[in-house]
Each structure stands twice: as structure tokens, then as C-alpha cells.
Write a protein that binds this ligand. Structure first.
Ligand SMILES: [Zn+2]
Length: 356
């Protein structure tokens, strides 16, 4: 996989065929100022950015539902199959490679979207010859623990996440409610190549087990990483908090198809399609209350980060009641991240408490 990032020019000019649909202007008018400013922040418009903008417009117009979109670059050929893909003519997109560095950057970010794989930007990573972590292939979950010494816990840890939660083996009994204090806040939507993550700034916290944890970020997995009584859900949102001692607490909110979710609508509206890109959302648009179910009973257990370095000591609270997102919302995320869920890990000797 590394080799695809090393050749100086990787994408040939295939040409951009717009027929039979044209990437029409955004039907909602011009892009919101914040979004546009953020998505053009790196430089003046490049071929990659043009394509990203066109893709965004196509997604917003709903054109992708009727067409088959084929992104072509050397070594990577990913089809977004949609409803009537077999009858609709394919649309070929490719980058014109004028500037080799811009081309490499474009390929790096596009490949990351295609593969759930983030190519190295930092010098320390550039000198490593091990594959980078991903959700399939050589860098997939089975290999995480061997990719780097600091990822060892992924293989050797005894309290890894996610897990399969079975009511039959949970500890029953009274436990405290999570005291949740969320309010409309600001956020930056990041496509990090592994997921869509919203870095939140504002006064959001939870209090549980005598400690207050501040909300740092939330992100999504498709399908859900957690399994409950042998059921998987379409997606899960992980709300990541940290207390003053540096301990992490994650609230898991399970998602299944149904009524559209307003917070997800806000996030999806601004989410960058290119890995490594980020967009600042308009002020006050991030309100996590819009994502929470009414019934906030939960399962509580100790676990880990579900991505490398798989650090343990994380307090997990998975809300039992799922919330909904629309099928269109689900489909859009699934096109960017067909599978970004770590398989369930051994429970070992862990206690799982059914709380509240
Ligand atoms: Zn997660």
C-alpha cells in the first residue's frame, strides 16, 4: 500500500466527463461562509478542491442516489454503487496533475478516504516502513498490535473495546444516573481518514462516579462497534470526555435508521469529503442534547480506545436506547466509510454493570 504514495505522478489525466448530469450549483444557494472559507483555506482552488466541491454539490443535489460514481486513480478503483447503479452510466472523475506536490497531496487524501487509511504527513511516520492502521487489509485490526511498539496493547490488552454486551451476564442493581450537561456549542468537523470527528469547544461535561469529565470530541462508526444481545446497530456515536486527571470517559449512542437526526444533519452538512480536511461549523450549531435518547439508562464497564494505540483505562457508558438517523444520512456516511468498526474483543474477566 505504501508504494502508491511514492511515485511522483500517479494520476493520469482521464478527463472529467460531466454528462449526463452536471454538477449543478448548490440548490440552497451559495455555500455558508464558514464552510467555504475553511474549505479553501489551504490555497487557491486546486483540481482536488474543485472535485471536492463538485462532489459536495452532487451529494446535496441527491444526484449520487441515481448515478454511479467512479473515482479513478492508480491502484485504487472504488465504486460507490447506488440504487440503480447498474443502469446508470458511470461518471469518471480524475485529477489533472499540473503540480506534482499538489497531485501527491490529492492522492494522499483521496486514497485515505477510499481506504480508511491515513498516509503519513509527519517525518517520524515517513521513516517507518510498517503499514498504517486501517479497517481492512495489511493494516487491519488483526495487525494493529504489530504495526508499532506503541500499538502493542491492541494485541495484548485484556480490557479492550468494543465488546459484546449480553444482559445475561451483566451485574444488575441500582447505579447512579449520568449527570449530563450539554449546551449549544461550537465545533470543527474533521475527516481524519478513519472517521468523521467533531472537535467541540464549549461548556459540555458529564459527571459520573464523583468525577466531572469535559467533552472533547465525538465521532462515528459504521456499523456500530458495540454489539448488544447479539444485535449490531447501523452506526454508533462515541462522545469522548476527559477529567482533570486525564482519565477518559466515552458515552456510546447507538443509531438505527428512522427519523432524521438534526445534529447529524448539521454535522453532515459541513463534513469534509477529503481526509485531512476540516471545516469550522457556524457558531452554536453543535448541541449534543439533540443526539441523546430520552431513556439514558446505560451499560458501564472499563475498556479501551477502539483505535490504535488501544489505550486502556477508559470508562465506557453505552446508552441502551438507540436513537435514529435517516437512511439518507446513513447512506452518506456509509459511502465515505463503508466499514470503520473494530471487531468485538474478549470480555475476559470484566464486570459489566447495567446502570440506573
Ligand atoms: Zn469511537
Amino acid at each position: 500500500m505504501h508504494s502508491i504514495f511514492r511515485a511522483p505522478l500517479l494520476v493520469s489525466l482521464v478527463g472529467l466527463t460531466l454528462a449526463p448530469f452536471t454538477f449543478a450549483a448548490n440548490p440552497h444557494g451559495s455555500e455558508p461562509a464558514e464552510s467555504h472559507a475553511a474549505s479553501t483555506k489551504k490555497s487557491t482552488a486546486s483540481p482536488a478542491k474543485d472535485i471536492a466541491e463538485q462532489l459536495r454539490s452532487a451529494v446535496e443535489n441527491g444526484d449520487l442516489r441515481k448515478k454511479r460514481l467512479t473515482l479513478v486513480s492508480t491502484g485504487i478503483d472504488k465504486k460507490f454503487a447506488t440504487d440503480d447503479a447498474h443502469t446508470a452510466p458511470p461518471i469518471m472523475l480524475a485529477a489533472a496533475t499540473v503540480n506534482p506536490q499538489a497531485s501527491r497531496n490529492y492522492i494522499r487524501t483521496k486514497a485515505a478516504v477510499m481506504t480508511g487509511y491515513t498516509a503519513p504527513e509527519t517525518s517520524s511516520d515517513d521513516h517507518s516502513h510498517s503499514p498504517h492502521w486501517s479497517y481492512e487489509g495489511d493494516g487491519g485490526p488483526q495487525a494493529w498490535g504489530k504495526l508499532k511498539p506503541e500499538f502493542n496493547t491492541c494485541a495484548t490488552g485484556k480490557r479492550q473495546s468494543p465488546i459484546h454486551i449480553e444482559d445475561a451476564v451483566t451485574l444488575q442493581g441500582p447505579a447512579e444516573a449520568i449527570q449530563i450537561n450539554y449546551q449549544p456549542s461550537n465545533g470543527v468537523v474533521v475527516n481524519n481518514g478513519h472517521t468523521i470527528q467533531v472537535d467541540v469547544s464549549g461548556d459540555n461535561s458529564i459527571t459520573v462516579r464523583g468525577s466531572t469529565y469535559k467533552l472533547l470530541q465525538f465521532h462515528f462508526h459504521h456499523p456500530s462497534e458495540e454489539r448488544i444481545n447479539y444485535k449490531s446497530y447501523s452506526m454508533v456515536a462515541h462522545l469522548v470526555h476527559r477529567n482533570r486527571e486525564g482519565q477518559l470517559a466515552v458515552v456510546g449512542v447507538l443509531l438505527d435508521p428512522g427519523v432524521a437526526n438534526s445534529l447529524i444533519n448539521n454535522v453532515w452538512t459541513y463534513m469534509p469529503l477529503d481526509a485531512g480536511d476540516s471545516v469550522r461549523m457556524p457558531v452554536g450549531l453543535v448541541d449534543l442534547n439533540e443526539l441523546l435518547p430520552k431513556d439514558q439508562r446505560y451499560y458501564q464497564f472499563m475498556g479501551s480506545l477502539t483505535t490504535p494505540p488501544c489505550t486502556e483505562g477508559v470508562l465506557w457508558m453505552v446508552l441502551k436506547q438507540a436513537v435514529t438517523l435517516s437512511r439518507d444520512q446513513l447512506k452518506l456516511f456509509g459511502q465515505l466509510f463503508p466499514n470503520n468498526a473494530r471487531p468485538v474483543q474478549s470480555v475476559n474477566a470484566r464486570a459489566i454493570r447495567e446502570a440506573q
